[in-house]
Design a protein around this ligand. Structure first.
Ligand code: AQP
Length: 327
């Protein structure tokens, strides 16, 4: 039987966070059982303002980090979105089968427009169409994402079903793969908001390249409450988040985490958590420093991914164009 295809992506908008890390770890595991395609979503990143030099640096840093975490360029296709022009072509086609109302209803569009009132560009509105084009171009069956992306995958499914109804079977209809543990890591300072690369408050976010000292400092400053009881509860957003981070890093259940910390206090929780994060990130950082210091070799890996992705994307777009009647 043909192996099923997994597709996922990450934007080069900064160094990945502890929130992104949960999804990236999942990508590494999936490589053994699926044909995997992982993309650096540089076209998507233009929906927020980017300085060209910073974008280039962030893109190369991110690519090197993906390899350091354990993505294997010989097993998986790892590439830059902007190297494959078929993403933009398919986006245009899908735009013409998408209602404007559907896009205005998207939670991410509403949230990002509220957060960034000075830059509500049309890319932000059609972001889900580009994301659907990414996934459908590779006929992905499964898309591992954080909970925040669930609505976009539902949109992608809708558009694939709509297209298939009009033209006959053309696209695989994908399913999302959302892990329960670490599904949404929240800001350390405002635990009602998701942890984000672009949060201006650096104490809110732990980055994959943070030093041990910074990790300890940020975890120590993380918002908790005055109860000193370690358990999940509706009104304990800060503690819920710290426990969730523990589960995500250690790959354990929420019940196990509560049991593990049953007779410990907040200070123990923070010390243990900072140590666990530092151990994990230290291993990644050592590999990263090696990979990032040899740019020629890094570009060889980038070119390999581009070649492999192009083969699939060219074939697929040809088929789509024929299906919709382009001469
Ligand atoms: N806090 C989070 N918890 C769990 N999963 C998360 N993801 C992002 N933040 C969290 C998941 O990481 C993958 C890659 O995300 P992305 O970089 O493409 O875009 P994003 O969701 O917009 O991430 P950020 O960190 O919030 O970036 P900025 O600040 O640039 O907007 C996705 O699968 C996402 O679900």
């Amino acid at each position: 039987m043909l192996k099923r295809c997994v597709f996922s992506a990450i934007q080069p908008t900064g160094i990945p966070t502890l929130g992104n890390y949960g999804v990236l770890k999942k990508w590494v595991d999936l490589q053994n059982d699926y044909n995997c395609v992982f993309m650096v979503a540089d076209l998507h990143s233009l929906t927020s303002k980017q300085d060209p030099d910073v974008l280039k640096k962030n893109s190369l840093d991110l690519f090197a980090l993906l390899i350091s975490i354990g993505l294997d360029p010989n097993k998986s296709i790892i590439y830059f979105q902007s190297h494959i022009s078929q993403h933009a072509e398919l986006t245009w086609i899908l735009n013409c089968y998408t209602g404007i109302g559907e896009l205005f209803r998207m939670t991410q569009f509403k949230e990002k427009s509220k957060k960034n009132k000075k830059n509500i560009n049309s890319g932000l509105l059609v972001y889900p169409v580009l994301m659907a084009a990414d996934i459908l171009l590779f006929d992905a069956n499964l898309v591992p994402v954080g909970k925040d992306q669930k609505q976009h995958i539902e949109f992608c499914r809708d558009i694939a079903i709509r297209f298939n109804k009009i033209f006959g079977p053309c696209f695989e209809v994908p399913n999302e793969l959302i892990q329960i543990v670490g599904e949404k890591i929240m800001s350390l300072q405002e635990p009602n908001k998701k942890m984000s690369k672009s949060d201006p408050n650096l104490n809110s976010t732990i980055f994959l390249l943070d030093s041990e000292r910074d990790i300890i400092k940020k975890i120590k400053r993380a918002v908790t409450d005055s109860e000193n009881i370690i358990k999940f509860a509706e009104n304990k957003l800060g503690i819920n988040n710290l426990l969730n981070i523990f589960c995500s890093i250690k790959n354990v259940s929420l019940n196990y985490a509560e049991f593990f910390f049953r007779d410990k206090n907040y200070s123990d929780l923070k010390n243990i958590l900072a140590e666990e994060i530092s151990i994990n990130f230290n291993i990644i950082q050592e590999k990263y420093n090696k990979i990032r210091s040899d740019e020629d070799k890094l570009y060889q890996v980038i070119n390999l991914g581009c070649k492999k992705a192009k083969l699939i994307a060219e074939k697929k777009i040809k088929k789509i164009k024929k299906t919709i009647g382009f001469a």
